[in-house]
Design a protein around this ligand. Structure first.
Ligand code: ADP
Ligand code: MG
Length: 469
């Protein structure tokens, strides 16, 4: 496959056309003549990008995210969170820029892909003033928090934009290459977003109005120490049923059985994303097969060896030390066996929760089954799918992570982007879980979603790609 270094400045269509013709000896693809390129005001130098991208990156763990303590944080803890975030983000962003530069020339020439590339250049440029010296004043920390808010905002609409870009390049790139890039890129994005969102959440909960409110005993930034899958399923069901009512005029029903009281430490935002996507698939199949009278069944199981006492005691610890920086220092050291791995003993007792989402929607045909994990693969009505990829529906909805806090069912669609299964699997695997699909064609589908409360360090080290960022 033709490779070419990505250009930092916007390339005029004429140059793209000439290069294409000279390097491939083939006529220039006609639809690319219309491509225009968004300009960039990024100031970061190529040398700096190479330097940062070459730095070793290590996996992000949930333990990293809770180690600064529980909000409201003291100034020192807030500064340490900012410096920790800053120690990881620039090299991760630089690595993404390199990966985008290494895409085939025809892909990076696409305005949608180039928009994403410019977003990364912009975000890395905004971080440059901060990483020259440690953040040591609250004023710097506030400026840094603003940069984090900008980063989350800038990258919020990535999924539909990337999806549209890769669809436009589909004719010219190997599907396997697209899948490989997207999988790596979107997994890496989970990490960068999480780092920025965690610092933002810790900052917000430690300052302003939040401090006047009663501290929330179970939250450490974006992590809920007592996330209850049954409650999340009910919230997602409400949202997805509304989308169905809007699109099909019917709401399938859903029953939950098994361990409805199961709870563990996880990131509700991620769980909401995954469960919403799986329920959308189950509800759509149920309705389209004309079986809407058959309820979708969600069964919850938590691993029998789960030490709920450990979870209880961690929660108690967080309540006792709610104003204290000791949460991750003395408190956790005392609680856990290995001071170098503050969540170590919790890892070994990490609750593993499995959800089985069972529908009677007719299952998946043998022809469709091999494709369901490919980005952009969908059996949804083609015209509607194209409208979705073009931003006709839910384009502000980013990747649906904020789907439940968004108002209005028109912010989302039942299907069509073909990202639901592969991206949900990426989210589940990020912290040691997974998704398996078992179809009974002619009857229905079982989807097994396994979630690890706090992944063991061992698992993260052994996991295939995806954890390196
Ligand atoms: P989308 O929902 O946008 O089509 P997904 O990645 O969520 O993308 O799903 C890809 C395809 O997998 C769907 O279009 C559908 O053909 C199939 N699929 C997924 N879940 C189910 C299910 N529960 N029942 C039947 N088909 C399913
Ligand atoms: Mg889907």
């Amino acid at each position: 496959m033709l490779k070419c270094a990505f250009r930092r400045r916007a390339l005029p269509a004429r140059v793209v056309q000439q290069r294409w013709a000279t390097t491939t000896q083939q006529p220039f693809p006609p639809d690319i003549n219309e491509w225009s390129h968004p300009p960039t005001n990024a100031t970061i130098s190529d040398e700096e990008i190479y330097r940062l991208a070459a730095k070793p990156r290590r996996p992000l763990t949930l333990a990293d995210l809770v180690k600064h303590g529980k909000p409201p944080l003291r100034d020192a803890a807030l500064l340490s969170s900012a410096n920790f975030t800053l120690s990881l983000l620039p090299s991760r962003l630089a690595h993404r820029i390199q990966a985008l530069r290494n895409l085939p020339f025809i892909v990076v020439s696409n305005p949608n892909v180039s928009k994403i590339y410019n977003n990364y250049l912009h975000s890395l440029s905004t971080l440059e003033p901060f990483y020259r010296k440690p953040i040591d004043s609250i004023e710097d920390e506030m400026n840094f928090t603003e940069a984090m808010a900008d980063l989350v905002r800038t990258h919020s609409n990535t999924i539909p934009t990337l999806a549209q870009g890769f669809l436009q390049c589909r004719k010219y790139v190997e599907p396997a290459e697209v899948t490989r890039f997207l999988d790596q890129h979107l997994r890496a994005r989970i990490g960068t977003r999480l780092l920025a969102e965690q610092h933002l959440a810790l900052h917000m909960a430690s300052t302003g109005d939040a401090i006047k409110q009663k501290p929330d005993p179970t939250h450490v930034g974006v992590i809920d120490l007592a996330a209850r899958p049954a409650d999340i399923v009910r919230r997602c069901e409400g949202f997805v049923a509304e989308v169905c009512e809007y699109k099909y005029g019917v709401r399938p029903s859903l029953v939950i059985n098994g361990d409805k009281a199961a709870e563990f430490a996880h990131i509700p935002m991620h769980l909401e994303y995954i469960i919403t996507e799986l329920l959308k698939n189950a509800f759509r199949a149920t309705i389209e097969s004309g079986n809407e009278k058959e309820a979708v069944e969600v069964t919850i199981a938590s691993a029998p060896d789960v030490s709920t006492t450990k979870l209880e005691s961690l929660k108690k610890l967080s309540v006792n030390n709610e104003n204290s920086y000791d949460f991750s220092q003395e408190g956790l050291d005392e609680y856990c066996s290995d001071p170098d791995d503050p969540m170590g003993s919790l890892h070994s007792a990490a609750p593993c929760i499995t959800l089985r989402i069972r529908d009677r929607g007719g299952g998946i045909s043998a022809e469709t089954l091999p494709n369901i994990w490919s980005y952009s693969f969908t059996t949804f009505n083609n015209e509607e799918a194209a409208a979705i990829a073009n931003g006709g529906y839910g384009s502000d909805d980013s990747d649906g992570l904020s789907v439940l806090s968004n108002t209005g069912a028109d912010q989302s669609s039942i299907a069509g982007l073909g990202y639901g299964l592969p991206l949900s699997r990426a989210y589940a695997e990020y912290f040691g879980g997974g998704i398996a699909v078992q179809s009974m064609y002619g009857w229905g589908t079982d989807v097994y979603l396994t979630l690890q409360g706090i992944a063991s360090t061992q698992q993260i080290r052994e996991a295939p790609n995806g954890f390196e960022e």
